[in-house]
Design a protein around this ligand. Structure first.
Ligand code: ADP
Ligand code: MG
Length: 248
Protein backbone atom coordinates (compact mmCIF):
# COMPACT_ATOMS: atom_id res chain seq x y z
CA UNK A 1 0.00 0.00 0.00
CA UNK A 2 1.23 3.46 -0.95
CA UNK A 3 1.03 5.71 2.09
CA UNK A 4 1.72 8.87 0.07
CA UNK A 5 -1.48 8.45 -1.92
CA UNK A 6 -4.29 10.98 -1.54
CA UNK A 7 -6.80 8.14 -1.24
CA UNK A 8 -6.10 4.66 -0.02
CA UNK A 9 -8.95 2.14 0.12
CA UNK A 10 -8.37 -1.25 1.73
CA UNK A 11 -10.71 -4.19 1.36
CA UNK A 12 -14.07 -2.42 1.61
CA UNK A 13 -17.27 -4.47 1.69
CA UNK A 14 -20.96 -3.60 1.47
CA UNK A 15 -24.00 -5.87 1.42
CA UNK A 16 -27.65 -5.00 0.95
CA UNK A 17 -29.61 -7.81 2.55
CA UNK A 18 -28.36 -10.88 0.70
CA UNK A 19 -26.70 -8.93 -2.12
CA UNK A 20 -22.94 -8.49 -1.83
CA UNK A 21 -22.66 -5.23 -3.76
CA UNK A 22 -18.97 -4.68 -2.94
CA UNK A 23 -16.90 -7.63 -1.75
CA UNK A 24 -13.30 -6.65 -1.14
CA UNK A 25 -12.24 -3.61 -3.14
CA UNK A 26 -8.84 -1.99 -2.60
CA UNK A 27 -7.49 0.95 -4.57
CA UNK A 28 -5.33 4.01 -4.37
CA UNK A 29 -5.28 7.36 -6.17
CA UNK A 30 -2.43 9.85 -5.99
CA UNK A 31 -2.41 13.64 -6.43
CA UNK A 32 -2.95 14.61 -10.06
CA UNK A 33 -3.88 11.07 -11.03
CA UNK A 34 -7.07 9.81 -12.71
CA UNK A 35 -8.29 6.33 -11.79
CA UNK A 36 -11.22 4.93 -13.73
CA UNK A 37 -13.51 2.43 -12.01
CA UNK A 38 -15.24 0.37 -14.68
CA UNK A 39 -17.39 -2.74 -14.90
CA UNK A 40 -20.81 -3.87 -16.09
CA UNK A 41 -24.04 -2.58 -14.57
CA UNK A 42 -24.41 -3.77 -11.00
CA UNK A 43 -20.65 -4.31 -10.57
CA UNK A 44 -20.64 -2.13 -7.44
CA UNK A 45 -19.15 1.10 -8.80
CA UNK A 46 -21.76 3.47 -7.37
CA UNK A 47 -21.76 1.62 -4.06
CA UNK A 48 -18.00 2.24 -3.85
CA UNK A 49 -18.53 5.95 -4.60
CA UNK A 50 -21.25 6.17 -1.98
CA UNK A 51 -18.96 4.67 0.66
CA UNK A 52 -16.22 7.11 -0.30
CA UNK A 53 -18.48 10.17 -0.02
CA UNK A 54 -20.10 9.00 3.22
CA UNK A 55 -23.58 8.23 1.94
CA UNK A 56 -23.01 4.57 2.83
CA UNK A 57 -21.04 3.09 5.70
CA UNK A 58 -18.80 0.18 4.70
CA UNK A 59 -19.47 -3.13 6.46
CA UNK A 60 -15.72 -3.42 6.78
CA UNK A 61 -12.49 -2.06 5.35
CA UNK A 62 -10.56 1.19 5.53
CA UNK A 63 -10.91 4.43 3.56
CA UNK A 64 -7.92 6.67 4.21
CA UNK A 65 -7.84 10.24 2.90
CA UNK A 66 -4.50 12.03 3.32
CA UNK A 67 -3.65 9.71 6.19
CA UNK A 68 -7.00 9.98 7.99
CA UNK A 69 -9.52 7.11 8.14
CA UNK A 70 -12.82 8.56 6.94
CA UNK A 71 -14.84 5.32 6.64
CA UNK A 72 -18.31 5.85 8.09
CA UNK A 73 -17.97 9.60 8.66
CA UNK A 74 -21.05 11.61 7.64
CA UNK A 75 -21.06 13.09 4.09
CA UNK A 76 -20.75 16.66 5.32
CA UNK A 77 -17.54 15.89 7.27
CA UNK A 78 -16.05 14.00 4.36
CA UNK A 79 -16.82 16.92 2.06
CA UNK A 80 -15.14 19.26 4.56
CA UNK A 81 -12.04 17.08 4.57
CA UNK A 82 -11.67 17.65 0.84
CA UNK A 83 -13.70 15.07 -1.03
CA UNK A 84 -15.57 16.79 -3.85
CA UNK A 85 -18.07 15.20 -6.16
CA UNK A 86 -20.09 15.94 -9.22
CA UNK A 87 -23.68 14.84 -9.41
CA UNK A 88 -25.54 12.87 -12.03
CA UNK A 89 -28.52 15.15 -11.53
CA UNK A 90 -27.62 18.79 -11.80
CA UNK A 91 -27.06 20.52 -8.46
CA UNK A 92 -27.21 24.13 -9.63
CA UNK A 93 -29.94 26.71 -9.06
CA UNK A 94 -31.57 27.29 -12.45
CA UNK A 95 -32.73 30.89 -11.94
CA UNK A 96 -29.43 32.09 -10.48
CA UNK A 97 -26.58 33.11 -12.73
CA UNK A 98 -23.55 30.92 -13.35
CA UNK A 99 -21.46 33.40 -11.33
CA UNK A 100 -23.91 33.43 -8.40
CA UNK A 101 -23.94 29.63 -8.29
CA UNK A 102 -20.17 29.53 -7.98
CA UNK A 103 -20.15 32.42 -5.46
CA UNK A 104 -22.60 30.44 -3.39
CA UNK A 105 -20.32 27.39 -3.50
CA UNK A 106 -17.42 29.53 -2.30
CA UNK A 107 -19.51 30.94 0.56
CA UNK A 108 -20.60 27.46 1.50
CA UNK A 109 -16.98 26.31 1.59
CA UNK A 110 -16.18 29.24 3.91
CA UNK A 111 -19.18 28.44 6.21
CA UNK A 112 -20.73 31.75 5.14
CA UNK A 113 -23.68 30.57 3.08
CA UNK A 114 -26.13 33.07 4.61
CA UNK A 115 -23.97 35.95 3.36
CA UNK A 116 -25.36 35.31 -0.11
CA UNK A 117 -28.37 37.38 0.97
CA UNK A 118 -26.20 40.19 2.31
CA UNK A 119 -24.99 42.52 -0.45
CA UNK A 120 -22.28 43.95 1.82
CA UNK A 121 -20.57 40.71 2.79
CA UNK A 122 -21.28 38.98 -0.49
CA UNK A 123 -18.48 36.91 -1.92
CA UNK A 124 -16.05 38.84 -4.08
CA UNK A 125 -16.84 37.81 -7.67
CA UNK A 126 -13.14 37.71 -8.63
CA UNK A 127 -12.54 34.28 -7.09
CA UNK A 128 -15.68 32.87 -8.66
CA UNK A 129 -14.64 34.32 -12.02
CA UNK A 130 -11.22 32.72 -11.66
CA UNK A 131 -12.87 29.33 -11.16
CA UNK A 132 -15.12 29.94 -14.17
CA UNK A 133 -12.07 30.77 -16.24
CA UNK A 134 -10.51 27.46 -15.25
CA UNK A 135 -13.50 25.57 -16.63
CA UNK A 136 -13.95 27.77 -19.69
CA UNK A 137 -17.22 29.36 -18.57
CA UNK A 138 -16.21 32.96 -17.82
CA UNK A 139 -17.94 34.28 -20.95
CA UNK A 140 -21.26 32.88 -19.72
CA UNK A 141 -20.93 34.06 -16.10
CA UNK A 142 -24.04 36.26 -16.19
CA UNK A 143 -26.38 33.73 -17.79
CA UNK A 144 -28.87 31.84 -15.62
CA UNK A 145 -27.85 28.20 -15.17
CA UNK A 146 -31.28 27.14 -16.40
CA UNK A 147 -30.57 28.21 -19.99
CA UNK A 148 -27.18 26.53 -20.37
CA UNK A 149 -26.40 23.68 -22.72
CA UNK A 150 -25.95 20.41 -20.83
CA UNK A 151 -22.20 20.22 -21.41
CA UNK A 152 -21.78 23.80 -20.15
CA UNK A 153 -23.80 23.02 -17.04
CA UNK A 154 -21.38 20.17 -16.33
CA UNK A 155 -18.50 22.65 -16.50
CA UNK A 156 -20.26 24.88 -13.96
CA UNK A 157 -20.69 21.86 -11.70
CA UNK A 158 -17.00 21.19 -11.98
CA UNK A 159 -16.31 24.81 -10.92
CA UNK A 160 -18.69 24.32 -7.97
CA UNK A 161 -16.83 21.16 -6.93
CA UNK A 162 -13.50 23.02 -7.23
CA UNK A 163 -14.80 25.79 -4.95
CA UNK A 164 -14.44 23.31 -2.09
CA UNK A 165 -10.73 23.00 -2.89
CA UNK A 166 -10.90 19.18 -3.06
CA UNK A 167 -7.96 16.82 -2.65
CA UNK A 168 -10.10 14.07 -4.17
CA UNK A 169 -12.80 14.45 -6.79
CA UNK A 170 -15.41 11.69 -7.22
CA UNK A 171 -17.22 11.59 -10.55
CA UNK A 172 -19.82 8.86 -10.98
CA UNK A 173 -20.66 8.81 -14.69
CA UNK A 174 -19.87 12.51 -15.21
CA UNK A 175 -20.56 12.37 -18.93
CA UNK A 176 -23.89 10.50 -18.82
CA UNK A 177 -26.32 12.07 -21.25
CA UNK A 178 -23.66 14.03 -23.11
CA UNK A 179 -22.81 13.94 -26.80
CA UNK A 180 -19.51 12.14 -27.61
CA UNK A 181 -17.66 15.38 -28.44
CA UNK A 182 -18.83 16.95 -25.14
CA UNK A 183 -17.65 13.87 -23.24
CA UNK A 184 -14.16 14.12 -24.60
CA UNK A 185 -14.07 17.86 -23.84
CA UNK A 186 -15.25 17.42 -20.23
CA UNK A 187 -12.78 14.64 -19.49
CA UNK A 188 -9.94 16.54 -21.12
CA UNK A 189 -10.77 19.56 -18.98
CA UNK A 190 -11.02 17.42 -15.85
CA UNK A 191 -7.69 15.75 -16.57
CA UNK A 192 -5.95 19.09 -17.14
CA UNK A 193 -7.30 20.60 -13.95
CA UNK A 194 -6.48 17.48 -11.93
CA UNK A 195 -2.91 17.39 -13.18
CA UNK A 196 -2.31 21.13 -12.81
CA UNK A 197 -3.87 21.34 -9.34
CA UNK A 198 -2.74 17.96 -7.98
CA UNK A 199 -6.28 16.71 -7.44
CA UNK A 200 -6.83 12.94 -7.29
CA UNK A 201 -9.77 11.90 -9.48
CA UNK A 202 -11.80 8.71 -9.29
CA UNK A 203 -14.39 8.37 -12.05
CA UNK A 204 -16.72 5.92 -13.74
CA UNK A 205 -17.52 6.08 -17.41
CA UNK A 206 -19.34 3.85 -19.89
CA UNK A 207 -17.55 5.13 -22.98
CA UNK A 208 -14.43 2.96 -23.16
CA UNK A 209 -12.68 5.28 -25.59
CA UNK A 210 -12.96 8.09 -23.05
CA UNK A 211 -11.66 5.77 -20.31
CA UNK A 212 -8.71 4.56 -22.33
CA UNK A 213 -7.86 8.09 -23.44
CA UNK A 214 -7.99 9.84 -20.06
CA UNK A 215 -7.44 7.37 -17.22
CA UNK A 216 -3.92 6.93 -15.86
CA UNK A 217 -4.97 3.59 -14.42
CA UNK A 218 -8.10 1.47 -14.55
CA UNK A 219 -9.69 -0.81 -11.97
CA UNK A 220 -12.26 -3.29 -13.28
CA UNK A 221 -15.01 -4.64 -11.04
CA UNK A 222 -17.33 -7.53 -11.68
CA UNK A 223 -20.04 -8.50 -9.20
CA UNK A 224 -18.42 -6.48 -6.43
CA UNK A 225 -14.92 -7.86 -6.92
CA UNK A 226 -11.85 -6.48 -8.66
CA UNK A 227 -10.93 -8.59 -11.69
CA UNK A 228 -8.18 -6.46 -13.22
CA UNK A 229 -6.15 -3.36 -12.55
CA UNK A 230 -3.46 -1.54 -14.47
CA UNK A 231 -2.55 0.85 -17.22
CA UNK A 232 -5.15 1.35 -19.98
CA UNK A 233 -3.14 -0.78 -22.43
CA UNK A 234 -2.84 -3.62 -19.91
CA UNK A 235 -6.53 -3.58 -19.03
CA UNK A 236 -7.57 -3.38 -22.66
CA UNK A 237 -5.55 -6.52 -23.39
CA UNK A 238 -6.65 -8.50 -20.31
CA UNK A 239 -8.63 -11.59 -21.45
CA UNK A 240 -10.88 -11.59 -18.36
CA UNK A 241 -11.81 -7.98 -18.97
CA UNK A 242 -12.57 -8.67 -22.60
CA UNK A 243 -14.75 -11.61 -21.60
CA UNK A 244 -16.64 -10.00 -18.71
CA UNK A 245 -16.86 -6.43 -19.80
CA UNK A 246 -16.12 -5.85 -23.43
CA UNK A 247 -18.00 -8.97 -24.50
CA UNK A 248 -15.34 -10.19 -26.92
P1 ADP B 1 -22.94 -0.06 -10.57
O1 ADP B 1 -22.86 1.37 -10.14
O2 ADP B 1 -21.61 -0.67 -10.88
O3 ADP B 1 -23.90 -0.26 -11.70
P2 ADP B 1 -24.19 -0.48 -7.98
O4 ADP B 1 -23.16 -0.15 -6.98
O5 ADP B 1 -25.23 0.54 -8.24
O6 ADP B 1 -23.49 -0.94 -9.34
O7 ADP B 1 -24.94 -1.82 -7.54
C1 ADP B 1 -24.25 -3.00 -7.13
C2 ADP B 1 -25.26 -4.02 -6.64
O8 ADP B 1 -25.84 -3.60 -5.42
C3 ADP B 1 -26.42 -4.27 -7.59
O9 ADP B 1 -26.79 -5.62 -7.52
C4 ADP B 1 -27.51 -3.39 -7.02
O10 ADP B 1 -28.78 -3.89 -7.35
C5 ADP B 1 -27.23 -3.48 -5.53
N1 ADP B 1 -27.62 -2.25 -4.80
C6 ADP B 1 -27.08 -1.03 -4.95
N2 ADP B 1 -27.63 -0.15 -4.11
C7 ADP B 1 -28.55 -0.84 -3.40
C8 ADP B 1 -29.46 -0.49 -2.35
N3 ADP B 1 -29.53 0.76 -1.85
N4 ADP B 1 -30.27 -1.46 -1.86
C9 ADP B 1 -30.21 -2.72 -2.35
N5 ADP B 1 -29.38 -3.11 -3.32
C10 ADP B 1 -28.56 -2.19 -3.85
MG1 MG C 1 -23.62 3.15 -11.00
Amino acid sequence: PRQDMTLLVEDIHKSFGGVQAVAGVSLSVGAGELLALIGPNGAGKSTCFNMLNGQLKPDRGRIVLKGQDIAGLPPRRIWRLGVGRTFQITATFASMSVLENVQMALLSHAHRLFDIWNPVTREDPARAMALLERVGMAAQAQRPCGVLAYGDLKRVELAIALANDPALLLMDEPTAGMAPSERVALMELTANIARNSGIAVLFTEHDMEVVFAHADRILVLDRGRPIAEGLPAEVRADPRVREVYLGT
